[in-house]
Design a protein around this ligand. Structure first.
Ligand SMILES: [Zn+2]
Length: 509
């Protein structure tokens, strides 16, 4: 990919035979100096080949009728976690210990990381296996540090090299359970910054191949430091907005960093994000804070979910950040958590984001129409969570993931994946927003809360509706027209090319 990512931003470039938006006409788009210089009806020789090269320093790309859209923005990711998760070997389909060991050996052959980097496998279920996990099965394939984690996280199966690194070379089977397993994963899982940075670069390149030109990174880390370091290693494949966690708030204030500022020494590619705060937990663990108790939970403190940050403390942190030009991004999943987040924005009088808003009281919908408030949503979670929501939010799901009602009330929505919770692939979110689960072959779940395609594409592009002359050339060309494909094909939308400020970050010709 280096030749592609290193393409110069200064050259003129023409995208020919390109559809200008869903169901739009064919046209030709000229990019110069990293911006859209012209959009014209297709040039006469637009069908005469093109491809790489072109004449007189003009790079010509024949889009073959593909559709041009603004570059996509994943508005909520945890990038190091996602970059690590996508490196794990998927063991969910392994039918035996032999098969799991073989999958690990195959992955070791494909992985460029070398013997020093632990190879992590995830998701095996050995309850019905005909054979037993054993270190010897892994060791026969080589001396690699290999850790296989069971689907419920309670078993870790280690190679001899992994046991040696833990200081337990003589362990008879290499199969650890419960606390021993968790400790082993905690000690062998984390990798050095230099390794993690190559994983992050790979993850961004893969995101660019799905049309992403911008991510908002909510990793739990010193994001300003980490992204500055990563920018020193070469150009990033996407822009990054780097969130601030409360542990790093005072540092950000001392450095004079304000939300939206370009972070120094990042080549303009990384901007300062919002302060991330939490009101509650999540639906799956029944810690999302709700007005009504979870069915079947014994009455008590936690029957309604968990309050992570009391309102006074929340408002104090938001106000402190706001005084210094730092916006807040407030995690709120349950309806009571969302009311608390809205109260805080109103009392403090600041701008920012509410993240998730999976369950909202109907009388709170109108409060999301607030200047400077953006609602970060993850539509791909709806098809993943529908069964658990039907149980735990029984009788309330008409106002769960209620995008149509929130949009009608005037809320501004942006789509994210919350990777690794769902894959960093905006087309999954777009398809789920529009089709509400029918893209997975099921009946749509509360289809009355669907977004139309145009709204979903705009929400997946940080609010940008169309490509205009003068805009920065952050662009994606899809292979087919998103308005003309089935729900399944929208979710799997092939991407022909992605441009970041006029430089190719993905290209198929
Ligand atoms: Zn998150």
């Amino acid at each position: 990919m280096n030749d592609v990512r290193g393409a110069t931003a200064g050259r003129q470039l023409q995208l020919r035979n390109v559809r200008l938006g869903p169901r739009g006409p064919l046209g030709c788009v000229t990019v110069a100096g990293g911006r859209i210089a012209a959009i014209t009806p297709d040039v006469p020789d637009g069908r005469a080949g093109g491809g790489r090269g072109g004449r007189g320093g003009l790079d010509v790309f024949d889009a073959a009728g593909g559709t041009l859209l603004p570059g996509l923005c994943d508005a909520h990711v945890h990038l190091v976690q996602w970059a690590s998760a996508r490196r794990r070997v998927d063991l969910s389909g392994a039918g035996s210990a032999q098969a799991a060991a073989r999958a690990m050996a195959d992955a070791a052959g494909r992985s460029p990381g070398g013997d020093q980097e632990p190879l992590i496998g995830f998701g095996f279920r050995d309850g019905l296996w005909p054979d037993r996990p054993h270190r010897d099965l892994l060791d026969r394939a080589g001396h690699r540090v290999a850790v296989l984690v069971s689907n419920d996280l309670h078993t870790a199966w280690l190679s001899g090299a992994a046991l040696a690194r833990l200081g337990r070379p003589g362990h008879p089977t290499g199969v650890l359970r419960e606390q021993e397993a968790l400790d082993a994963v905690a000690r062998l899982g984390p990798v050095a910054d230099a390794v993690a940075d190559t994983w992050v670069a790979d993850a961004l390149t893969a995101a660019a191949a799905r049309g992403v030109t911008h991510i908002v990174d909510f990793e739990y880390a010193d994001n300003a430091r980490d992204w500055t370091r990563r920018c020193g290693a070469g150009p990033l494949a996407t822009r990054v907005t780097a969130a601030i966690y409360p542990d790093y708030l005072e540092d950000a204030i001392a450095q004079g960093r304000r939300t939206g500022d370009v972070l120094p020494d990042t080549g303009g590619m990384v901007t300062v994000g919002p302060l991330k705060l939490f009101v509650d937990g999540s639906l799956n663990t029944r810690t999302a804070l709700c007005h009504e108790p979870y069915p079947g939970t014994p009455s008590g403190e936690q029957a309604w979910g968990i309050l992570q940050t009391p309102p006074q403390e929340l408002e104090h942190l938001m106000a402190r950040a706001a005084v210094h030009g730092i916006h807040s991004a407030v995690h709120a999943i349950g309806d009571r958590a969302n009311a608390i987040a809205l109260d805080a924005f109103e009392r403090v009088g600041c701008v920012g984001r509410i993240e998730h808003a999976q369950l909202v009281a109907v009388h709170d919908h109108a409060r999301f129409k607030r200047p400077g408030l953006v609602l970060g949503v993850q539509p791909a979670h709806a098809p993943d969570d529908r069964d658990i929501a039907d149980r735990h939010w029984h009788g309330r799901t008409h106002r769960a993931y209620a995008y149509a009602d929130l949009l009608a009330a005037g809320a501004v929505l942006e789509i994210g994946s919350d990777a690794p919770v769902s894959p960093l692939d905006p087309w999954r979110g777009i398809a789920a927003a529009v089709h509400r689960g029918s893209e997975h072959g099921r009946s749509p779940w509360h289809p009355e809360q669907a977004m139309d395609l145009e709204t979903a594409l705009r929400a997946a592009a940080a609010g940008q509706a169309a490509v205009r002359v003068g805009d920065r050339a952050d662009l994606v060309v899809t292979a087919c027209d998103p308005a003309e494909v089935s729900p399944e094909d929208l979710m799997a939308m092939p991407v022909r090319a992605t441009l970041l400020e006029g430089r190719w970050t993905h290209r198929t010709d």
